[in-house]
Design a protein around this ligand. Sequence first.
Ligand code: ADP
Ligand code: MG
Length: 501
Amino acid sequence: MTETAVTSFDGLGLEPDLLQAIKEIGFEEPSPIQAESIPPLIEGYDVIGQAQTGTGKTAAFGLPMLQYLDPENDEVQAVVLTPTRELCIQVTQALRSYAEHLDIEIVAVFGGAPIKGQQAQLRAGAQVVVATVGRMMDLISRQSLVLTAARFVVLDEADEMLDLGFIEDVEKILRMCPSGRQTALFSATMPPPIKALAENYMYDPVTIKITPRKLTVDSVSQAYVEVPAKKKQEKLAEILKAERPEQAIIFCRTKIGASRLDRDLRNRGMSVKALHGDMSQGARDGVMISFKDGRVPLLVATDIAARGLDIEHVTHIINYDLPNSSETYVHRIGRTGRAGRTGRAITFATPDQIPDLKQIEKDAATTITAWETPEERIEHGRPPRRRERKGRKPASLDGDGVEDRDAEPVAEGNGAGPSDSGDGITKLYVNRGRKSGIGEDDLRWALNEGAVLSDDQIASIKVLDRFAFVEVASDAAEKTVERLDGSRLKGADIRVEVARR
Ligand code: ADP
Ligand code: MG
């Protein structure tokens, strides 16, 4: 639907009474699922809305539903089916708050509570019934509830209703509602039976799918350093010396911390600039420009100051202070490692912050291994036939994160591509060699760190004067070309392509 983010509830077509209630509740802007679902629902379309839990689906259907109702009509005009008693109560409360300035009766009916009281509430008049499936079936069979006027029907959290085995009953209920009804189906996921239900019981639905923003940390190699707070400055100096980043951003949590670190690095003779909220706009712009130009290799920054900073060309992100949330972590590092494809993130954690770091690793669905110097990384990245040098694996946080590579010979048989030599191996040509200062270890490093290949996926590396050949597992060949072609290695632009046989 709309490409640009809607930043206001005005303009979605909602009545003043509803806008007033939203304002009082404190919703400032519509969530994406709300911005996209509300207009078609108000226009009378059937809508299938798919969005993660917690994205505001209740108001997405609730607001148009309330707007549809005729306060003068005392029949049951709308029903909302929910999977559980808890959700039933929750949705009812939300709808009542949205209906604060409307004269609408909303009744909740759910199992596990005396049916008599609910029957009495229905008799007293309900224009909206929010129900669990079983209790609704029960009330219908007792003739306490008729759906002949229910022209707005919502299936909320449809995938959960499916999981709980309610789909047949949901279909029965839909068949009892008028055929000219408007139907809205909201769900976090769309398993096939739910799609089938939508096809059979909805009329020409508008489908809205809000996909969560993809975390792009995959192309960044990530390491952590466990270090006591007192030793952090010293450790940072050591890491900078070992990593020799072309450009790095060092993130601090506070302005004070950032200026302190800036001063310390300066005292150690490093070329560094700081970027934080206490600086004037002019001073900040100056720092930004000199950093973007590449004149300054190190930037110490706070999260807020670094907002809007183009960090695509940065080779290293160093989380000197552990980010305070997984989102911040992803935000800090997720933008590096794209242009140069050599992005590397190193995160400091004090011993008592290790659990927080584990949580980040889990949330970001990534692997953060213990930091090693580039030399050690190469050392541990020996090709299979040289493994007698005993490749100690860097420890993962979980201990089991790095599987035993010996156990999984990746380069065996699978994915014979067009250039596959028949043994599951594809030869790639690299347009640089010794004359460009590139050695075997540099290429291995690029394959490990840049293309994220394990050593078992690398069959051989042969460096000649003007070019090089690497042989990789065929099923990893495409990824290798994609990640390394056009990247930079030791200051040289490199081209990687499948070698002609
Ligand atoms: P879902 O059904 O998608 O899991 P909910 O409708 O239960 O999500 O909403 C999740 C939370 O977000 C609720 O606490 C709700 O009050 C809040 N919320 C919904 N819409 C907005 C909004 N536009 N602005 C701020 N908070 C919102
Ligand atoms: Mg919900």
